[in-house]
Design a protein around this ligand. Structure first.
Ligand code: FAD
Length: 465
């Protein structure tokens, strides 16, 4: 693969900005599939965006940390504009908890600033290494959807810069239609240059944690009902075991500790996954063995402990580049939400299909979404059951399975999450998101993504493995 080009837009005239090679590896999404050798330009200032576009006819796509799994943050033919150099905190109001920051600031940086001051993110994904802009553009969700809705519900306003240089202040009152199109708008409406986020107060870094083993979806739903008032809940699910152990898992719940305690402590990732694992490292036997150990890692069926927020929210962040363990081919994630009407039957049917396929990984997460409506026109959450699972990419097996699972999701009235997708068909996307044509009117003419090209393409072409 040819090396991609990485350079600073601030230091280059517009025409040269996209072409100087740097020897850095190509920009990849977290799943490392598909792979494109796109040109990458670092933005350092908000004014870089219109400057780069001046006189150019190439498509562009703003990107953050590339923590999306599939091609929503990729562009095969064009220029990726990476925002991580636009990473300044601009303002913080300790009375309201509202922080203002450039869009390339990561949630890790916000936590580093906010936790010692007694504030926490209102919604957090399973990694803190995502940018503020990326979190808005995918309208991400956390373990507290029932209590808090999705990320966009906590964004009072942001600035959107269009390729023609227009700057729009967007909020529920100012340019509301652009506000709703950009939250969950997958970067397609323009560059979010800065944004505000409403943080929540905490008095301790600690999380009052409980872990409870369950067997089957009925037990999971009973637990969910019993603990419906607990702020954070998430479950790990064993997708490989069949028979008596079918759909066993661990229901994990947590609340911010209300006992005032030390708020400062620095914790950085300790381990780094060294290189690409050989393709055979993840197979049914190894995953099955891992799952049995994981299920029994808590010796008792029910444990309680006081835990730091880092391992509770970000257990995988302690191993940098853990995605490499899937080998060079990479991984794909399958993530659906199915509304309550068909949620239980759909989940059982899909889990059986996965268990029978012989393809699975140990990273399977089951959650429920509540009924706080998301503000984005294209936001993913709906009230119901959400399930996410990583699959290794195996030629001839993975994509046919994903297509079947996507169709089953559709039959049960659900939808897939673009931020995690590399496989949904145009028919599936357009059925999951019937508002897509209305949304398309807000797309910036200079911006597109490989995801958008794929799901609005009627030829059905898919990148090769
Ligand atoms: C381990 C792990 C766990 C995760 N857990 C969750 C989870 O629990 N819940 C969840 O919802 N997601 C989760 N994710 C997915 C992740 O939170 C999202 O994909 C997030 O959007 C990634 O942010 P990013 O900065 O890496 O953006 P990228 O992946 O680089 O880009 C994401 C999208 O944002 C757009 N974008 C980025 N910056 C801007 C900007 N400044 N202006 C306009 N558009 C922009 C891009 O065009 C792209 O469409 C997880 C990912 C990983 C790797």
């Amino acid at each position: 693969m040819p090396a991609s080009t990485v350079e600073s837009a601030a230091s280059l005239p517009p025409a040269a900005a996209a072409v100087r090679p740097s020897g850095k590896p190509p920009f990849e999404s977290w799943g490392r599939y598909p792979k494109y050798s796109s040109r990458l330009v670092q933005l350092h200032w908000q004014s870089d965006f219109p400057a780069i576009l001046a006189g150019s006819h190439e498509h562009v796509l703003p990107v953050g940390m590339g923590r999306s799994y599939g091609d929503v943050c990729l562009l095969k033919d064009g220029i990726l504009l990476q925002t991580t150099g636009m990473n300044r905190l601009l303002d913080f109001d300790p009375q309201t908890g509202v922080i203002t920051a450039e869009s390339g600031v990561t949630l890790a940086q916000i936590l580093e600033f906010a936790v010692p001051r007694g504030f926490f993110l209102p919604v957090s994904p399973g990694t803190k290494y995502v940018t503020l802009g990326g979190a808005i553009a995918n309208d991400i969700h956390g373990k507290n959807h029932e209590a808090a809705g999705s990320f966009g519900n906590h964004v009072p306003c942001f600035e959107l810069v269009r390729s023609d240089g227009k700057r729009l202040l967007c909020s529920p009152r100012d340019n509301p239609e652009w506000f709703h199109a950009t939250i969950g708008g997958m970067g397609l409406t323009g560059l979010i240059s800065w944004a505000q986020l409403r943080l929540k107060p905490i008095v301790s870094r600690g999380i009052d944690y409980e872990g409870i083993q369950f067997h089957g979806i009925d037990e999971f739903l009973d637990l969910k009902q019993r603990y419906k008032d607990v702020e954070y809940t998430v479950s790990w699910l064993d997708c490989v075991s069949t028979g008596r152990n079918f759909a066993r898992g661990i229901f994990m719940l947590g609340e911010h500790s209300r006992v005032p305690a030390e708020l400062t402590r620095s914790s950085e990732p300790r381990l780094r996954f060294p290189a690409n694992a050989p393709g055979f490292a993840l197979n049914r036997t190894s995953v099955s063995a891992f799952n049995t150990v994981y299920f029994h890692k808590q010796r008792k069926p029910h444990v309680r402990l006081l835990q730091d927020y880092e391992p509770f929210f970000y257990p995988l962040d302690s191993v940098l580049h853990w995605n490499r363990m899937y080998g060079r081919n990479g991984l794909v994630q399958f993530q659906y939400v199915i509304p309550w009407d068909g949620a239980k039957e759909g989940t059982i049917a899909i889990l059986r299909e996965i268990a029978n396929s012989g393809l699975a990984s140990f990273l399977a997460v089951l959650k429920t979404f509540g009924d706080i409506p998301s503000l984005g026109m294209m936001s993913f959450p709906l009230p119901g059951i959400m399930f996410a699972l990583d699959f290794p990419i195996k030629a001839g097996l993975t994509f046919p399975l994903l297509e079947r699972l996507g169709d089953m999701t559709l039959d049960y009235g659900g939808r897939l999450y673009p931020a995690k997708d590399a496989a949904m068909t145009p028919h599936q996307f357009q059925s999951f998101y019937p508002d897509w044509e209305r949304f398309a009117r807000f797309r910036d003419p200079m911006i597109t993504s490989s995801f958008w090209e794929r799901v609005t393409d009627t030829t059905g072409a898919r990148p090769t493995v």
